[in-house]
Write a protein that binds this ligand. Structure first.
Ligand code: ADP
Length: 563
């Protein structure tokens, strides 16, 4: 088995099966066999597909999202990472959604919500003559429920809270996470509409609509709200932006409306939809300094079949979720190990060649995943909502309404021991504090290899590198390794345009959305944040998360590999 020591630690902590006494009772190899057996169970040629799925995972070329690894073949049986639940404007509906959230979190899934249907704070409630508490107040209820499930669940729960920019409580929402400990189990994003952007462009006021009465409740200057959003994002990385009209415009299904995404933003979903994700480890497809396209193609086809099977062998925690998910059969195949691939090909992340590689790789995966889904449609039938999809207009049979999503791969990238998602390296070397006050040195293995073959004193050099924040940039490098600083770049070595260019290159060829952090240095200004927003709009992103270095001490769902 090719699992690294780090990977085994992660697997032991949560993934490997335990008995009632908490003792681990399976090996990593048995875990993969348990998963393949479960996913291949519906295949006529079980032995063939069992082997294929097992080999794909054992070679670390592909891994499904965490809930599949943990729950497949186990009693919970819930295999998806992403859910969106509707929140209706009544006590019954709100608390029903809280209950459903708890059930999903217990199984390791993450939930996204739009709170835009809730009447604003202060409106009179007919039945009680009391006043409504508004979306932000109810978000706190979801947050508390999440906190409580944390202890007993598969992993700590995570939520995405979304409010439309034209909701009357938008300002309270933008500020709702200002205090360090407020609503910590949520990421929040403002749903930006095209109308708002139009008003912003013309420097006009826009209307805030009460979702209950459908009447205009107030008007605000678009530029004022835009400033408030950028100010808060500058201060603490939130709210993020979700370009909701763009998401709906590009949705493959017609006559339905997406209001929200999953916690990390990469999976926009309809109310009650769930989606299972899986990621290809690109670092495994570089052979002799070039990409093995044939191998990648085969991997995409097998992975699509794997993820399509997940839909049918999944144990859905709530009946409505089963119904909606089976209608559209969305899957989210993505990638990880992109930074590793770039280094192996000697291409800089923040370069034209880097962006071109992203487009080449993702367009290939997108194309092949559609072919794979189309082949499956011929074998197994189209997804039930196919008649209302753009694929029907194009006369292309499809098994899945979407095939591609780029997830953060926070934990599965640690299991595969590769760089996470499409992110550049965060750091090249650092000391990690472990128990007993001991320090463990972490060094990027690819860099270490090159240093070792360069003839320099590696130990001394690494101390300097760590003292320089794990970045080669700014270090006086000996001649023999000067070139490395171009290739071994970190997220802080590039400006926001490089991050956004990369996100856009991937988004262009992704059915769903892309998880990416737009890192900015601590010295970035609010104006820089706004420039990033406009650049993201120009590049056609579906959403955006800006994070200014050091602006927050605790972050929800920062991938552990990023420190
Ligand atoms: P992994 O690497 O563990 O498979 P990712 O980091 O790729 O997961 O995250 C993918 C999605 O999984 C997230 O957008 C979210 O929907 C869900 N997710 C991630 N972490 C959690 C968590 N701690 N609790 C609940 N859901 C989570």
């Amino acid at each position: 088995m090719g699992f690294s020591e780090n990977a085994i630690t992660v697997l032991k902590s949560r993934y490997l099966k335990k008995n009632e006494r908490g003792e681990i009772i399976e090996t990593p190899d048995e875990m993969l066999k348990r998963v393949s057996k479960h996913i291949a169970q519906l295949e006529k040629d079980f032995d063939y597909w069992f082997e294929k799925f097992y080999d794909l995972m054992a070679s670390l070329k592909f891994l499904p999202n965490t809930p599949t690894l943990i729950n497949a073949g186990n009693p919970l049986g819930q295999l998806s990472a992403c859910f969106v639940l509707p929140v209706g404007d009544s006590m019954e509906e709100i608390f029903e959604a809280v209950k459903q959230t708890a059930i999903i979190h217990k199984t390791g899934g993450g939930t996204g919500f739009s709170f835009s249907r809730l009447r604003p704070k202060g409106e009179v409630v007919q039945s009680t003559k009391g006043v409504a508490s508004g979306p932000v107040s109810f978000m706190k209820v979801f947050d508390c429920a999440t906190e409580s499930v944390k202890q007993g669940g598969v992993r700590r729960g995570a939520n995405m809270g979304i409010l439309r920019v034209d909701h009357p409580d938008i300002l309270e929402f933008i500020h709702c996470k200002e205090q360090e400990n407020a609503i910590t189990n949520f990421n929040i994003s403002v749903a930006i509409t095209d109308d708002f952007l139009e008003k912003l462009k013309n420097d006009e006021e826009y209307e805030l609509i009460n979702p209950h009465t459908k009447k205009v409740a107030n008007k605000l200057k678009a530029s004022f709200v835009w400033d408030e959003i950028a100010n808060n994002a500058w201060k603490n990385g939130e709210p993020g932006l979700v370009f909701i009209d763009r998401i709906n415009k590009l949705h493959t299904l017609k006559g339905v409306e997406i209001e929200a995404t999953n916690p990390c933003g990469e999976q926009p979903l309809l109310p009650y939809e769930s989606c299972n994700l899986g990621s290809i480890n690109l670092s495994k497809f570089v052979k002799n300094s070039s990409i093995d396209w044939e191998d990648l193609k085969e991997c995409v086809h097998t992975a699509v079949r794997f993820l399509d099977n997940v839909i049918d062998v999944n144990s859905y925690p709530i009946e409505q979720i089963k119904t909606e998910t089976l209608k559209n059969r969305k899957i989210g195949l993505g990638i990880m190990g992109f930074a590793d691939m770039l280094v192996d090909l000697n291409i800089a992340y923040n370069s034209k060649e880097g962006v071109k590689l992203a487009s080449d790789v993702m367009s290939f995966i997108q194309k092949e995943s559609h072919i794979a889904s189309s082949n499956l449609a011929n074998e197994r039938g189209c997804f039930p909502a196919y008649e209302n999809s753009i694929f029907k207009d194009q006369n292309i049979p499809m098994r899945n309404a979407t095939t591609t999503t780029i997830a953060p791969t926070g934990t599965i990238s640690m299991i595969a021991d590769c760089s996470s998602g499409i992110e550049p390296y965060f750091t090249l070397a650092y000391y990690k504090q472990v128990l007993d006050g001991k320090k463990l040195k972490y060094v990027n293995e690819r860099l270490l290899d090159r240093l070792q073959s360069s003839g320099i004193n590696v130990d001394d050099f690494l101390e300097e590198l760590i003292a320089n924040g794990g970045r080669l940039k700014g270090l006086g490098l000996p001649k023999s390794i000067e070139d490395l600083s171009k290739i071994f770049v970190t997220s802080m070595d590039m400006d926001y345009t490089a991050h956004i260019d990369m996100q856009a290159a991937f988004q262009n060829y992704t059915d769903n959305a892309v998880s990416k952090t737009i890192n900015m240095p601590n010295s970035a200004t609010v104006d820089d944040v706004k420039k990033a927003y406009f650049y993201a709009i120009e590049k056609g992103l579906k959403g955006l998360t800006v994070y200014r270095d050091g602006s927050r001490s605790v972050q929800v769902l920062v991938s552990e590999s990023k420190q």
